[in-house]
Design a protein around this ligand. Structure first.
Ligand SMILES: [Zn+2]
Length: 492
């Protein structure tokens, strides 16, 4: 991060209501805001010190941290989830203030001389020669953002950034519209204020943009202890969810499904935990690698996260109506960011693109002159070195326990008892149900992980399961019902 660098920002403040009406800025500030969309969830959680307020994502991240390396396909899988690469990392190097501190141009190779083997974006991957690739090197990347003409946004225009992060080119219309929206009739309540934005303010802004509808006011006008705590904003978001509906894409084509065994307490209407194979764990862990922009795309701009949806819409608007984006590539980097090479997962059900792996051309001095050889990027998820895509993060042939709050551990009857006791539900009141996830349910799960701390109960609430079970019973009244625990098959 560019240590002491500061960016100045001009705010128009409504001093009576002590709130920011808008910020007037050049494209440097807008580029920083837009770069939030390129950040993978795992990076956001890490930068915000596991206090991201993103539902259960902090807990999911902690689960990866706490899970022993032997429960992953390879040790580097853990690094991929805890320090996911940003495919726009090279472009983001050009930001006036960098948000992510990962070095995007560092790769790793084996200690063998001559660079004829493979390389990887993650340290610790097995090289085709059998050694471990741990020697860092800097790749020469031609895509490095050059010069002064912005990272994502171009032109000399100034922008208006509203308190809820809608970005518009400056115009009288735009500012009048904001005055009207905020009910400001008397210009004498307005005051200009100059503020400075440093690395810490950028992180605060990232955090507040995910939970608040007025992040600029929160950061520049509120005393830190006046800001609503995360829990409160989480509750207000939960209220919103019931109103907005996620538009699921058709799942007609999905063939892959993830089966999961749930243990419910009907008394408290909670899913206590799920017994899952590596496919569900891969689906959940993959969320940490998803860039924010791709999540907003999957959720069709209905994430209910603070005001981040406005940022996404602003990119669309600046591009479609004003042609302010530098290129189509920049547009895609923000609105449909892809996963880095090999970060895709066979068991992952949601539609998100993956970048192609890279090849490095190396010149070798030999007796006949310089010979060109190629070095290939290796898939860190494969136990034997290789360049085929896919694979998974979690170890196969394992059973995991996933709690309602997204604590993922290897299944152990003793820890199951701990979980049951913690929730204070009677053990004999526990019921078993079977559920199956397709693409639509995976999307539901993603959304719940972002905004809720009782993810399984939200997605597979026992009352919903009961309802489905009763319907099933009605349909099959003529048949004899099985004895013992009711076993429900859920297809949401
Ligand atoms: Zn090697």
């Amino acid at each position: 991060m560019s240590g002491s660098m500061k960016l100045s920002l001009k705010l128009l403040v409504d001093k009576e209501k002590s709130r920011v009406v808008f910020a007037e800025s050049d494209k440097d500030f807008v580029d920083i805001l837009f770069s939030f969309l390129t950040l993978p969830i795992g990076t956001i959680v890490r930068l915000l010190g596991k206090k991201s307020s993103l539902g259960a994502m902090d807990r999911l991240y902690e689960s990866v941290e706490n899970l022993d390396a032997r429960y992953f396909q390879t040790a580097p899988c853990k690094t991929m989830l805890l320090r996911p690469r940003n495919v726009s990392g090279v472009q983001c190097e050009g930001l006036a203030l960098r948000v992510d501190d990962l070095e995007p141009l560092v790769y790793y190779r084996c200690p063998k001389k001559g660079f004829t083997c493979g390389f990887s974006s993650v340290p610790g991957v097995r090289c085709p020669c059998g050694q471990v690739m741990e020697v860092p090197f800097l790749a020469n990347n031609l895509d490095r953002a050059e010069g002064s003409d912005g990272v994502f946004v171009r032109g000399p225009t100034s922008f208006l950034v509203s308190d809820d992060l809608s970005v518009r080119p400056v115009s009288t219309d735009a500012s009048l519209a904001l005055f009207q929206k905020l009910g400001i009739e008397d210009g004498s309540v307005l005051q200009e204020r100059n503020v400075e934005l440093g690395a810490q303010e950028v992180l605060n802004l990232l955090k507040r943009s995910l939970v608040s509808k007025r992040p600029l006011t929160d950061i520049f006008l509120q005393e830190p202890d006046m800001i609503d705590d995360a829990d409160k904003s989480l509750k207000s978001m939960m209220a919103v969810i019931t109103q907005t509906r996620v538009k699921y894409r058709s799942t007609a084509t999905d063939s892959k499904r993830i089966n999961v065994k749930l243990f419910l307490s009907k008394e408290s209407d909670k899913v206590v935990y799920a017994e899952a194979r590596e496919d569900l764990v891969d689906q959940l862990f993959s969320f940490l690698t998803f860039p924010l922009g791709s999540i907003l795309k999957l959720l069709d701009k209905h994430s209910s996260l603070g005001c981040i949806d406005n940022l996404y819409e602003s990119v669309e608007l600046l591009s479609n109506s004003y042609n302010y984006m530098k290129s189509k590539e920049c547009y895609d980097m923000l609105l449909a960011p892809k996963l880095p090479p090999y970060f895709g997962c066979d068991n992952q059900l949601l539609d998100i693109g993956e970048m192609c792996s890279q090849t490095i051309k190396v010149g070798h001095q030999s007796l006949d002159g310089i010979k060109t050889k190629y070095s290939y990027e290796m898939n860190p998820k494969l136990q034997t070195s290789g360049t085929e895509t896919g694979g998974g993060f979690a170890k196969g042939m394992m059973t995991f326990m996933v709690t309602d709050e997204m604590e993922v551990t290897p299944l152990s009857p003793i820890s199951a008892v701990h979980v049951i006791n913690k929730l204070m539900v009677p053990i004999n009141g526990l019921e078993e149900a079977h559920a199956s996830l397709g693409e639509a349910e995976a999307l539901h799960l993603l959304r719940a992980c972002l905004i809720s701390r009782t993810v399984l109960s939200d997605v597979f609430s026992p009352s919903l399961l009961t309802l489905l079970h009763e319907r099933w019973c009605c349909r099959n009244r003529s048949k004899t019902l099985p004895q013992g625990h009711p076993t429900t098959s859920l297809q949401l």
